[in-house]
Design a protein. Structure first.
Length: 273
């Protein structure tokens, strides 16, 4: 586990009183700000994410949704001018701490991007590439993980007879499900999805939504989406981002039927954004 890889004495802890039983939470975001140079893209946000839930992040383009999502598995580290203030607590550790093992973190908190990005390898080797990097060997073991991951991604029946073919031979929707399977093969606890269906046709989009709902049984999912119908269909909770802040965070049904903030109502009704 990630917490076994870090000196806990160096971690900051939050004194914030929690309303939820800690055993129900998997992420706690405390007064988080994210900067690109002098530009503050995310502004002092705080909220909790529950285990085995689907949390949708909605809001207009450029409001901080994807920036926040990338911070959860430290993808923003790849941007030299990016820096953070505040905390994201996972397993009682502030994962923004400089002492965190980022490679171990990304194994436990996987991410799937907007556009399918399969490796230029076979379907089989797309799944096993990272596994081999982590020292997982033995054809029988790898075969089992490949099948399990593809089944979880609802792709096994479509590709089981052509695992040695290039991943680029798959359709766009199949490639995205392959990328999800590739992430699931690492056995993460959290799955981050950055508009995973925005580049797909309606049929593929529906399959991705069905898959997301099924995966909630075993994973915590955080999804960025511009599709209000998708957010209302698949998520348990919704956070509305605007100008780098969270305007409202509540049960999805409440957000879409009885929002407490006018900006939220205006956005979900299409008055702006």
């Amino acid at each position: 586990m990630l917490k076994e890889k870090v000196d806990k004495s160096k971690q900051k802890t939050s004194d914030k009183k929690e309303e939820k039983d800690q055993s129900e939470l998997i992420l706690r975001v405390n007064d988080l700000s994210i900067y690109y140079g002098s530009n503050q893209a995310v502004k002092n946000i705080s909220f909790d994410i529950e285990k085995n839930s689907i949390t949708a992040l909605i809001g207009p383009s450029g409001c901080g949704k994807s920036t926040f999502l990338r911070s959860v598995n430290r993808m923003n580290d790849l941007i030299p001018i990016s820096h953070n203030q505040g905390e994201i607590i996972y397993e009682d550790l502030n994962i923004l701490d400089k002492n965190i093992d980022v490679i171990a973190l990304r194994k436990e908190i996987g991410m799937v991007f907007q556009k399918p990005n399969p490796f230029p390898k076979s379907i089989y080797n797309n799944i096993t590439h990272a596994l081999r990097f982590y020292g997982i060997k033995g054809k029988k073991r790898l075969d089992a993980i490949v099948e399990e991951s593809l089944r979880k991604a609802a792709l096994w029946d479509e590709v089981k007879d052509r695992l040695d073919q290039s991943a680029f031979a798959l359709s766009g929707g199949q490639q995205q499900r392959l990328c999800i399977a590739r992430t699931l093969a690492m056995q993460p606890n959290i799955l981050l999805l950055d508009e995973p269906a925005s580049a797909l046709d309606p049929v593929s989009n529906a399959k991705i939504e069905e898959l997301i709902f099924e995966l909630k049984k075993d994973y915590t999912i955080v999804i960025v989406t511009h599709n209000m119908q998708q957010a209302s269909r698949v998520s348990d909770k919704t956070a509305f981002f605007l100008n780098g802040r969270i305007v409202e965070y509540d049960d999805t049904e409440t957000i879409f039927t009885n929002p407490s903030v006018k900006e939220t109502e205006d956005y979900i009704s299409g008055r702006f954004g």
